[in-house]
Ligand binder design. Structure first.
Ligand code: CS2
Ligand code: MG
Length: 412
């Protein structure tokens, strides 16, 4: 079974997605997600120019060998563009192998270790009452675990809160807090860490008072704090029993979490911007965190993320795979198959894709009572409608960025 055709499909139904489609000589199709939010075309070029020509004629069954060949023969290692491109090939080959076996992919990864995947959604609001409405809305949709992001007094627009978010204005519509906004330049947001640190614990107190002690609550610091500020936040949130505090410091510096860890028992999650096991080496070995945030899409695929998670398992670190809307339905399906199979599954992030996206990608997963399941179709269980995809050409889009009151650029 050899690779006969390799196509890179770019589509922008609700947002930009990059998909690799591999076809074998006996007609099996494999899909892989290569979407790198805000830098999509860099991965398209990497695939088009340097990977697709190498794939034609290879044995589609050789997943590990192809991974090692693409990683090592490039000489230049790691990095989000390279690893997203390799991920797309890896996932497409797993899709093909599982279809050839006539099995859902999780069966080839060891079989199901659980009946479904606990998923969390994103509640948010500029004010506490908007936030409460959003929590209730998520509970009504079945979510059993909820991320809490809130506006901060004095700041106009910040991460996790849609800038035009009013529930009234968006009734019935799920607003996407993760837009790489369509336009030729990144939108500017404002930031003030002291105001944030004062405000967030009061919000969690209010949420616990309203919704009780049971519901797992999460929060994303989105890389904005210094280690000592993060330590202070972790400590001040301890009474509210968070499931996790995510990306409390900029992720590049693994050592920063040592200091945070010394001061707080609030569980920590990090790694959505990481792309190899080396980004986690110290974190895992020293048990400086609790949840691996990497997505299959950005970490070299199922083969590579499975190895990271197996290493993490030896240190009681669990999975918390990234699942915003910029992970395509193909990337989400890969995450669900992997999450179902591994022993150390923690939780799966699940923001729902819009209707246009779901029309481009038909999917077999189920969402029942707060739990995800990838479904039992052979392969990943996702099909791409190329004609429908063709209706939505790529649109330039950038993630926002931050400035402090004096104009200094800050982490977003
Ligand atoms: C976020 C991401 O889901 C999350 O936890 O941090 O949505 C992130 O902002 C986007 O994926 C950036 O592309
Ligand atoms: Mg995050």
């Amino acid at each position: 079974m050899r690779i006969d055709r390799a196509e890179v499909i770019v589509t922008s139904p609700d947002r930009n997605f990059v998909t690799l489609k591999l076809t074998t000589d006996d007609g099996l199709i494999g899909l892989g997600d290569a979407t790198l939010n805000g830098r999509e075309l860099a991965v398209v070029a990497y695939l088009h120019e340097h990977v697709v020509p190498l794939l034609i004629g290879i044995d589609a069954h050789k997943i590990e060998d192809t991974w090692q060949f693409l990683y090592r023969s490039a000489y230049w290692r790691r990095g989000p563009v390279t690893m997203a491109a390799i991920a797309a090939v890896d996932v497409a080959l797993w899709d093909i192998k599982a279809k050839a076996a006539g099995m859902p992919l999780y069966q080839l990864l060891g079989g199901a270790s659980r009946t479904g995947l606990l998923a969390y959604g994103h509640a948010s609001g500029k004010s506490t009452s908007e936030l409460f409405d959003s929590v209730r809305k998520h509970q009504a949709e079945g979510y059993k675990a909820i991320r809490i992001q809130t506006g901060v007094p004095g700041l106009k627009s910040i991460y996790g809160i849609a800038s035009n978010a009013t529930l009234e204005g968006n009734e019935g519509k799920r607003y996407d807090h993760e837009p790489a906004q369509r336009g030729a330049f990144p939108a500017e947001e404002d930031w003030d860490t002291r105001s944030y640190l004062r405000h967030v614990p009061t919000v969690f107190e209010a949420v616990r008072n309203e919704f009780g002690p049971e519901i797992p609550l999460l929060h994303d610091g989105h890389h904005r704090m210094t280690p000592i500020q993060a330590a202070k936040l972790g400590k001040s949130l301890e009474p509210y029993d968070l499931f996790w505090l995510e990306d409390c410091t900029p992720a590049e510096n693994q050592e920063a979490l040592r200091l945070v860890r010394q001061h707080t028992t609030t569980p920590l999650a990090i790694g959505e911007v990481f792309n190899t096991v080396w980004d986690y080496q110290q974190l895992i070995r020293e048990q400086l965190f609790d949840y691996v945030r990497s997505a299959v899409t950005h970490t070299g695929g199922i083969s590579a993320l499975k190895k990271i998670l197996e290493y993490a398992a030896q240190y009681q670190v669990k999975s918390g795979m990234h699942g915003p809307t910029d992970i395509s339905p193909v990337g989400m399906a890969a995450a669900m198959h992997l999450g179902l199979a591994i022993h150390n599954f923690g939780i799966q992030e699940y923001m729902q894709h819009g209707e246009k996206t779901n029309a481009v990608f038909s999917q077999s997963f189920t969402w029942n009572d707060g739990m995800l399941h990838p479904g039992n179709k052979p392969g990943l269980g996702v099909e791409l409608d190329v004609d429908e995809a063709g209706r939505y050409p790529y649109e330039t889009a950038y993630l926002p960025y931050n400035r402090l009151a004096d104009g200094t650029v800050h982490d977003w």
